[in-house]
Design a protein around this ligand. Structure first.
Ligand code: 13P
Length: 255
């Protein structure tokens, strides 16, 4: 049985001081039975240490939004997997569409980053998803399949099985346009079937597949109630403690 997972992606919002307060408010707002859902937040790198302080005594985990493929070296401006581990991170978001779009990340760089992250014991949250143009051209399966194979090919089965996948249709990110629960479920099922061809049915059944793209308190329960949607990767709505907590509760109601 997969445990639901709700993760906030704070993107380039929140200074360290603001992040400390938001993390504290999330931790304080959690109720006893919220523990049915795993909860994490991924602040910008400079805010991770402050967030770690706020969350240390709480069940909320934290992670980075990116990670260098190299383990260390003269790579100005980069952050390594070992640095994230040292900051107490559990997760690293990889291959987010904003990184693909604005920072020229390709399936092969995402693959290298996955190796670095898995090698350090972190859990990757691998993002995949099609653009509006690709969906309208009926290329969704092809694009998502290529992104998954490109990122995961050659990795050991158990490493893939402990990874998290986030299906984030690019046209739904920050637009207020959400995939319908049926539409999202269809892609999640397809992703799980593809994973089964790579690592077998049991491995694929263990992988948590999150939905991301304009998840809000009002639509989260319908999305999370789908059999192959195991939670969400939340952008805008994770920047307000009350909205984020309401989404966590929507996850609890479907457990
Ligand atoms: P929004 O929830 O703001 O649409 O962002 C989704 C996202 O990109 C999470 O990684």
């Amino acid at each position: 049985m997969r445990r639901s997972f709700v993760c906030g992606n704070w993107k380039m919002y929140k200074t360290p001081s603001e992040a400390r307060v938001l993390a504290r408010d999330i931790a304080r707002g959690l109720r006893g039975d919220d523990g049915r859902v795993e909860v994490a937040v991924c602040p910008p790198f400079p805010a991770i240490a402050a967030v770690a302080e706020s969350l240390r005594e709480s069940p909320v985990a934290w992670g980075g939004q990116n990670c260098a493929p190299q383990l260390e070296g003269a790579y100005t401006g980069e952050t390594s997997a070992a640095m994230l581990v040292d900051l107490g991170c559990t997760y690293a978001i990889l291959g987010h569409s904003e990184r693909r779009q604005f920072f020229a990340e390709t399936d092969s760089t995402v693959h290298e980053k996955l190796e670095a992250v898995l090698g350090c014991g972190l859990t990757p949250i691998l993002c995949v998803g099609e653009t509006l143009e690709e969906r309208e051209a009926d290329r969704t399966s092809e694009v998502v399949g290529r992104q998954l194979r490109g990122a995961l090919a050659g990795l050991p089965g158990p490493e893939i099985a402990r990874s998290v996948i986030a299906y984030e249709p690019v046209w739904a990110i920050g637009t207020g346009r959400t995939a319908t629960p049926d539409m999202a479920e269809a892609m999640h099922r397809e992703i799980r079937e593809l994973l089964a061809t790579m690592i077998g049915e049991d491995g694929a059944e263990a992988v948590r597949i999150l939905y991301g793209g304009s998840v809000k308190p009002g639509n989260a329960a319908d999305l999370f109630s789908q059999p192959n949607i195991d939670g969400g990767l939340i952008g805008g709505a994770s920047l307000t403690a009350s909205d984020f907590l309401a989404i966590v509760r929507a996850g609890c109601s479907t457990e």
